[in-house]
Design a protein around this ligand. Structure first.
Ligand SMILES: C[S@@+](CC[C@H](N)C(=O)[O-])C[C@H]1O[C@@H](n2cnc3c(N)ncnc32)[C@H](O)[C@@H]1O
Length: 278
């Protein structure tokens, strides 16, 4: 089935976006959850093919995908190729996710002329691949005092510009909202109450200090891991960058697997994993 995108003629890299995500979804028997033999490593290749991981073994995927736009761009490809690549990666995420397993995708909306609702595109893609949406966390990154100063027209209705101080974390399940596996949760009462609210206040990670252009904070990852996994379960990041997901997983006694195409980032991630885990 080919659906036209809800997005009109976008600008820059998003121009002419047409969703064909619904095509060619494989039907599989997801009834049996497996255990992965490979764990706690970062694999240096594209996550378009994750043949190292067996079907139905990942309890939680948490990731922030690469952007194909502006200074955060870590891939240089046409808009069509970008979405093809991303679709392949998330089809693989679907395959390796256990029944009742979860997926969290962190994305920001981008651009101003016009504004590009990147998060909507991801939601459309992931639902079309078979994921069931659980909700959306607004990750508030600042209170506003340090937000960017590009007001547009200052104190004038001519063209005041909205300055985003948030990103999205889109949350999905495979097959069922309830986990099929049993295990030990490690979340405390206060954390549970905070983490089940739809707005989270967490300061951003410092890109310069970490040495990667777009890291997310360990606290963000840890909150999702505590909320959605039991101890010892497997957490996947198909775009692991500087290794934040691995750090969160190990610090909470979970296992991780990561994919990353850039060798320098893998070196950086392994260094951080050594230095920042218990
Ligand atoms: C937004 S960053 C992730 C940052 C990560 N969350 C962190 O805290 O450091 C996306 C990463 O995906 C990597 N990447 C791009 N295309 C990829 C692909 N096809 N497979 C695996 N990694 C890829 C980029 O090199 C980049 O490091």
């Amino acid at each position: 089935m080919t659906k036209k995108s809800v997005f009109k003629d976008g600008s820059g890299a998003r121009k002419g976006f047409v969703s064909e995500f619904q095509d060619d979804i494989e039907t599989r028997d997801n009834s049996k959850n497996n255990t992965s033999k490979v764990k706690n490593k970062i694999i240096n290749k594209s996550s378009e093919n994750m043949k190292e991981i067996v079907d139905n073994c990942v309890a939680l995927t948490i990731t922030s995908p690469p952007y194909n736009i502006g200074k955060l761009s870590d891939v240089e490809m046409s808009d069509k190729d970008y979405w093809k690549m991303v679709e392949k990666c998330f089809k693989e995420v679907y395959r390796v996710t256990e029944s009742g397993g979860r997926l969290v995708v962190n994305v920001a909306n981008l651009g101003r002329k016009p504004y590009i609702p990147f998060s909507d595109k991801y939601t459309e893609l992931l639902i079309s691949l078979g994921f069931i949406m659980r909700g959306e966390i607004i990750w508030q990154k600042s209170k506003g005092a340090n937000a960017n100063f590009a007001w547009g027209s200052w104190l004038s209705a001519s063209n005041p510009v909205i300055r985003d101080i948030h990103e999205y974390c889109l949350v999905f399940s495979k097959d069922s909202m309830t986990k099929a596996s049993k295990g030990v949760s490690t979340i405390e009462k206060e954390e549970f109450m905070d983490s089940t609210l739809s707005i989270w206040n967490i300061p951003p990670a410092r890109a310069k200090k970490i040495g990667h252009p777009a890291p997310y904070p360990t606290e963000l990852v840890e909150r999702f891991i505590k909320l959605y996994t039991y101890e010892g379960e497997l957490v996947l990041d198909p775009f692991i960058g500087s290794g934040t997901t691995a750090i969160g997983a190990l610090n909470l006694n979970r296992n991780y697997l990561g994919y990353e195409t850039n060798e320098e980032y893998i070196k950086l991630a392994n260094k951080r994993i050594k230095e920042e885990t218990n």
